[in-house]
Design a binder for this molecule. Sequence first.
Ligand SMILES: [Zn+2]
Length: 423
Amino acid sequence: MTVYQHAALITVNDNFDVIPDGSLAMEGAYITYAGPYREFEEAEIIDCTGKVIMPGFVNGHIHMPMVLFRGIADDLRLQEWLSDRIFPLESKHTEKTQLDGAMLAALELTRTGTTTVNDMYYDGDIVARALKAAGLSGTVCSCLIGVSGNSDRVLAESLELAEKYRNDPDIRTSIAPHAEYTATAAQLEKWARAAKDSNQPIHIHCSETQSEHEECIGRHGLTPVALFEKLGILDVPAFLAHCVYVTEDDMEIMKAHGSAALHNPCSNLKLGSGIARIPLMIERGVNIALSTDGASSNNTLDLWEEMRFAALIHKGNLRDATAVSVNQALYLATRGAALALGYPDRGALKAGLRADFTISATDAPTFRPITDIAHLAVYSGNSRDIEMTVSGGRILYDRGTYTMLDKEKIYADCQEDYEKIFR
Ligand SMILES: [Zn+2]
């Protein structure tokens, strides 16, 4: 047993307890105690005086290999960004470049305190390999693009992927139609059936831009969410990325089916898509997971930063300083995201849950004076304060050292990919 003593704990448990002088004990992959300080015998004791422990972040929507396009597709409208830059760049991807990108993303996730992701990219096996190499966990998929003409093959691969990882403790799979506008209704219906038959959730982009939302109504006479309901997509756990333009009726449908809204505040700002009505969705009881989207539309995978954005933009947008409180922002980034994505075993500091957490220093002036540590974390803390990242009881990052990943090799591989392939 390992015990972290005298740390401040931001538990994100059912009472949102913040414990100024706490103990966190773990055995194997699980937390065995998280509460006020107490003594433990026959344990490895680590003194954490002056440190903050919080749950590892859970990222609801990410495209890990897209980190390779960071900084080379900026200041463009979404349709231009996608059609003129991203799709052509992605057509040059090889297995090596996808893996290199996924490894760089894994490095960034480790450094910035995310321990679980819900990824969408072309080859879920490559992303799964990177997650496993990094000691992280998550849900992966091979994205289905109906208009590409190869979706039957990709669907077969998706089913093989599900079989391959069926009993893996760290990797789950989803069926992932890219979006309504890149598939026919018949294709979407077929994929929904495949998800149901293979007992997998669905991950799909939904109502990200106003034009996408309205064009769907033009084509089908229904909003994307209503169409998804009609086609059976919401009959399985459905993870709906963005939901910027969902209507109040859509929110009722999502709540009734337990579908999750994946909230990407920075990406929605950067691509000029808009601001999702998260406070209203919280009020209506819709499941929500905070997310970064890919690094070419953010441009980081830093969920701590995203948490601050989530706590700020809705206040400005609604001219209401009470919108998205500290506890709500923390919940969207940790426990709420975990529950929305079907991971009830993580996202809080609580006995019995997976030992996924970060330890941060409070040395930075932005963490002083030490007042309410949860408020400090959300509004003035920063992922650069993280000293240690632990996933499933394994230390992945410790004060500058990555225990699972070779940073220099990953940097060199990705630079080579840029110079030789994507420049
Ligand atoms: Zn996306």
